[in-house]
Write a new protein. Structure first.
Ligand SMILES: [Zn+2]
Length: 181
């Protein structure tokens, strides 16, 4: 049996860093590894997954989750999972056939709704690590939401992350109430 391991939380919580570290660990162990990210994500680099510490690994661009089935590997690493289309069935089936998964993604949109297929993924995962960021308003280490700073409601398909800040529950509510004024 394989397994499905997911790192989730708001932006800037270190999710990509976790999967890159895990990918390197598996490579050193001699596992055949494939790394994917949504083609839509060109934030830092086109054909690499990149973390905020400058670590990067070569990746394939995909649009649908099902596309990973076209690649043979022992270990599948996926970044920015929330932007992928399709559904998680193939991941479950592949895990049942012995494949291992390390996946990072935002759990919530800036409107605090489940982001893409992340909700479904979390429900079928063996291990979920929900991480926090430093709240950019009060500076406590308890940010669980990504707040969209501009008043534009198609927020969940935006990629550039300069417009988003990680915030705690208290500061999120405070910012939202100011928006309504
Ligand atoms: Zn706060």
């Amino acid at each position: 049996m394989g397994d499905i391991n997911v790192y989730t939380g708001p932006m800037k919580c270190g999710k990509s860093n976790k999967i890159i570290a895990e990918a390197k660990r598996q490579m050193i162990a001699g596992k055949k590894i494939m790394i994917f990210k949504p083609g839509i994500d060109t934030r830092f680099a086109k054909d690499y997954i990149v973390d905020r510490n400058g670590n990067k690994l070569k990746s394939e661009n995909i649009t649908n989750i099902e596309e990973i089935q076209n690649y043979d590997a022992d270990v599948y690493v996926i970044d920015e999972f929330q932007f992928l289309k399709g559904n998680v069935d193939c991941i479950e089936k592949m895990a049942e056939k012995g494949k291992k998964f390390y996946i990072a993604g935002l759990n919530l949109t800036s409107e605090r709704k489940p982001f893409g297929q992340m909700g479904d993924l979390l429900c079928v995962s063996d291990n979920v690590q929900t991480m926090t960021s430093i709240c950019e308003v009060c500076k406590r280490d308890n940010a669980i939401f990504s707040f969209y700073k501009l008043d534009d409601k198609d927020g969940d398909i935006r990629i550039g992350d300069a417009e988003y800040i990680p915030v705690c529950r208290e500061c999120y509510n405070e910012l939202k109430s100011r928006e309504k004024e």
